[in-house]
Design a protein around this ligand. Structure first.
Ligand code: CU
Length: 511
């Protein structure tokens, strides 16, 4: 028994259930772990301002079983999730407490500056939130350059109902902002790669977490154009049994490790500044160091959230900062994985493989949204009774910055527990020569289930108002008029209530 107990103690991360980031939303703002980080202010029309505070500083944080010093937000690798609704405003108070040269990363020309791309993926304005001066750039402005010791407030309205021209999704009419996952991250050119890798990034959800969970149609046997099920009821039933797990995929090379990743439990490590640590040109295998010190074992099954090329170094591939965590899905529950590839430059080609190798087929993944958009063209208001069937895939390639909502069902009759490994496939990305090693990222345990649900899953296509975008004749006149020198036309007339304006550079006689 002692041996078992010791073995368990030596690998604390393996048994650990996936932790969840704090969520800043109307429903959760009062939670103690969000004190000083999340504030909700009603805007008076049923909508809210959802505001997070991000304090960028170079501090020691927990990453994959080690303690590593990085530039990060709020002294935590696990950054807050922002959940806001179309029509809300998302705000961020960015405090730059970084100091010159000390974020722990690879660049030595770093003067401690930073900034924020707050709503990567959003259909929002990079302009200032009116009526502030344009120079303040409080919109989703990635050209802010925030020096150490300064702070900056970002304020970005999310377009609500009928505020976006549906042509952005190759449809007609007007739609609200699509529901799905976006992300925020440091965007200062020259240093953002290090800052993102150190943890200066997070996810931003438009819509509630289960907003894209929707039941599909069971065709009526007598009239195939109709559905025999009550889609609204089935949708609320599905949402009720949906377990949401946010999963932030991140990598970090570490060195000076006293203990191997399987044994580390809060031990100190140093961020490895050598670009070669993340060089995946072919012929540079990454394995797991043998306990007898005789070199790397290249069996991919051993690469549980890490791989190594040297005994004292490791490349960590964490989920929510944990190495190889477990996600347990109770019987009768389905799992909604809300994933973000928050790495600076590593593609994740994901699949779900049964732990039992006799099961050769991967578990198919139902994709509900990709990069913040439901992959279906908007539909007319009468059409929700004929939902668009969701599509299953064997794998999903997520390039850096990609987000996906993946639905994994556990509501069919299953007498035995099934364990699937969320892993990256060994792959070479068409766009380059890098060859990425297979890494086991997390275990998904599907507990036995007795109750069966037959509701199919549909895509939550946006509903477009039939009215075409109304452009006032005055605005039309401006739109067709010649542009004054030094000026550009403002985008999104619908978003701004139909007025088209020029934006002119400072110094232009028209500014
Ligand atoms: Cu971005």
């Amino acid at each position: 028994m002692n041996g078992i107990a010791l073995g368990f103690l030596l690998q604390p991360a393996i048994a650990a259930e996936l932790v969840q980031p704090p969520i800043c939303s109307e429903a959760t703002a009062a939670q103690p772990d969000l004190a000083g980080i999340c504030a909700i202010a009603p805007l008076g029309n049923g909508q809210n301002e959802v505001k997070i505070t991000l304090r960028a500083a170079s501090t020691e944080i927990a990453v994959g079983g080690y303690k590593v010093t990085t530039g990060n937000y709020n002294h935590n690798y696990l950054t807050p999730i922002v959940e806001a609704m179309p029509g809300d405003t998302v705000s961020a108070h960015l405090i730059n407490a970084l100091v010159s040269g000390a974020n722990g990363g690879m660049h030595d020309h770093n003067d401690g500056s930073t900034n924020l791309h707050y709503f990567h993926g959003g259909i929002v304005s990079p302009n200032n939130a009116r009526p502030a001066h344009a120079e303040l750039g409080t919109g989703d402005n990635v050209y802010v350059h925030l020096k150490p010791g300064l702070s900056f407030d970002y304020k970005v309205p999310i377009p609500g109902n009928d505020m976006i021209d549906a042509r952005v999704l190759e449809s007609t009419g007007l739609i609200p902002h699509p529901l799905g996952l976006n992300w925020y991250h440091s965007h200062l050119h020259g240093i953002s790669s290090d800052q993102v890798m150190g943890g200066m990034s997070g996810l931003l959800s438009v819509g509630e977490a289960t907003g894209n969970v929707k039941a599909g149609c069971q065709p009526d046997p007598n009239d195939k154009t109709k559905c025999s099920n009550d889609i609204e009821k089935d949708t609320s039933d599905l949402k009720r049994v949906t377990m949401v797990r946010y999963a932030l995929l991140r990598d970090m090379p570490v060195m000076n490790i006293a203990k191997l990743p399987g044994q580390a439990n809060g031990d100190a490590a140093t961020w490895d500044p050598d670009p070669g640590a993340r060089d995946f040109t072919p012929g540079k295998p990454c394995g797991v160091w043998r306990p007898d010190g005789s070199g790397p074992d290249l069996d991919p099954k051993l690469r549980t959230g890490f791989c190594q090329r040297e005994q004292k170094k490791a490349l960590l591939f964490t989920v929510n900062g944990q190495r190889y965590p477990t996600i347990t899905v109770e019987g009768g529950k389905n799992l909604l994985l809300r994933l973000g590839n928050l790495s600076a430059n590593i593609p994740y080609w994901l699949e779900l493989r049964n732990e039992n190798e006799a099961v050769t087929k991967p578990l198919r993944m139902t994709i509900l949204s990709l990069d913040g958009v439901v992959p279906a063209i908007p539909i007319a208001p009468g059409q929700p009774q004929k939902p668009v069937q969701a599509v299953d895939y064997d794998d999903v390639l997520m390039m850096p910055a990609a987000r996906a909502e993946i639905y994994v069902r556990n509501d069919s009759k299953q007498e035995n527990q099934r364990v699937y490994i969320l892993k990256t496939k060994q792959h070479r990305v068409e766009a380059g020569t890098d060859e990425w090693p297979e890494i086991q990222l997390a275990r998904i345990v599907l507990e036995p289930n007795a109750t069966i649900s037959n509701a199919p899953i549909a895509l939550n296509a946006a509903i477009a108002s039939p009215a075409p975008p109304q452009i006032p004749s005055t605005a039309l006149a401006i739109e067709t008029a010649e542009l004054p020198p030094g000026c550009i036309r403002d985008l999104a007339p619908a978003f701004r209530g139909g007025t088209i304006q020029f934006r002119c550079l400072r110094g232009s006689p028209y500014s």
